[in-house]
Design a protein around this ligand. Sequence first.
Ligand code: MN
Length: 258
Amino acid sequence: MSQVLSELVAELNAGRLRVVDLTQPLSPQTPLLPLPPQWNNTPAFRIWELSRYDERGPAWYWNAFETGEHTGTHFDAPVHWISGKDLPDNSVDRILPKKFIGPACVIDVTAEVEKDPDYLLSPERVRIWEQQHGRIVADAWVLLRTSWSKRADPKEYINVKEDGPHTPGWTPECSAFLAKERDVLGVGVETVGTDAGRAATFNPPFANHYIMHGSGRFGLAGLCNLDQLPPTGAVVIAAPLKIVNGSGSPVRVIAITP
Ligand code: MN
């Protein structure tokens, strides 16, 4: 057996490594991304009982469910966006499984977001983080810690005003910096989508999706418990369902952390 793997198991059993669940509960109440009405919107998660130790199945309990691919805590594959539609291995079933595991760089902008729900992470702010915690390594997940997932009221979580949603995210320059100059695996957020609420007005619109997926990177939306991770040193495991030609899927995201 590999020494690293046996040590991993021993460290987990001893509690020196912890597994943190970065996933929000998935139910019909799970908040959904609201798109302007001219576009198809996603259905809510739906679940129905098939049997529960009864006449429909005397010894077993099971449900069926229906969901959009981009509901709750979920994975965005490059094929999700028009900019990534012709890339190789761009759907959830074809992404190399090695890419479902990567180190986490957690950038905490909770204080900034408390003052401004439209806060956007900039390359300058990333460089300040790097001065404290070291350069972002290649193939890392960059996770934007905003504490947004602590908003228990779905209305406050989606935060739609008269002019549309207001949630934090990334400047287009920051998405390009992380994709091209830091070679990230992808980015993760606590909000309902990986773009800021105002990103429909960006150039290009939904710039984070356009840039990340256009360069073969991934997205994780709807994360929580990022406050339980150190700035560096945790490892994220995010393996989407193997939906043939799928553009994404709800996912159980976990982190292994000291
Ligand atoms: Mn998505």
